[in-house]
Design a protein around this ligand. Structure first.
Ligand SMILES: C[S@@+](CC[C@H](N)C(=O)[O-])C[C@H]1O[C@@H](n2cnc3c(N)ncnc32)[C@H](O)[C@@H]1O
Length: 194
């Protein structure tokens, strides 16, 4: 992914992540690619990642950096180990394509957010219905899921965020550069728990 990071993903992380504050949960935090962009005003940072190999790389980054108190958890987005209304912000980047149940995971995110709390998302999503790209996404999806860790090419994550009961306060529709055409487009933005 390094060419994709350099071609713009890194910049998107820099624009999205620093707006968080207070108590923050990142789901599917991977190897900690967002770690560098968390601001000092974060009081509590919980990074959850179910994959042990990724957690190991993340922990090495935490040990070698100056990040204040960070809690690492093995929880999934569908079963977040936290009480209701625990967090001011939940962050996800390139995670909701892979979760087994998109709807369950979004309801969990909403559950653990405080009233008025914000969900910061950056996700690749389905192309426009009826487009040639969408047809290819639908065709390739069964095989892609098998080789790419259950990643779905054709999820309408923006619609699912709304159906989970969030209000979307900002969203940008773009494309990751240098990535395979079937992994376009992306959405990034902020959803609010009413
Ligand atoms: C493409 S990686 C993105 C990693 C990181 N968020 C980033 O931006 O670099 C997808 C991540 O989602 C995680 N993941 C897969 N299924 C998950 C689930 N059910 N709940 C939470 N995270 C999950 C994977 O282990 C992996 O770390």
């Amino acid at each position: 992914m390094s060419s994709v990071e350099k071609a713009g993903l890194e910049q998107w992380r820099k624009e999205l992540v620093p707006q968080v504050r207070g108590s923050v949960l990142e789901v599917g935090a991977g190897t900690g690619a967002n770690l560098l962009y968390y601001p000092k005003k974060v009081i509590q940072l919980v990074l959850s990642e179910p994959d042990a190999g990724m957690r190991k790389q993340m922990k090495a980054k935490i040990a070698n950096g100056n990040f204040g108190q960070v809690i690492v958890s093995s929880g999934t987005a569908e079963k977040i180990e936290a009480k209701d209304a625990s967090f001011d912000f939940v962050v996800s980047s390139l995670v909701f394509c892979s979760v087994p149940s998109l709807d369950t995971a979004l309801l969990e995110v909403k559950r653990v957010l405080k009233k008025g709390g914000r969900f910061i998302f950056l996700e690749h999503v389905a192309a426009e219905k009826g487009s040639e790209r969408r047809r290819w996404q639908n065709r390739i999806n069964p095989l892609w899921r098998k080789i790419a860790g259950n990643c779905h090419l054709n999820r309408d994550t923006e619609k699912a965020i709304l159906e989970a009961g969030f209000t979307i306060s900002e969203v940008r529709h773009e494309h990751l550069h240098t990535i395979m055409p079937v992994v376009k487009p992306t959405i990034r933005g902020v959803a609010v728990k009413p």
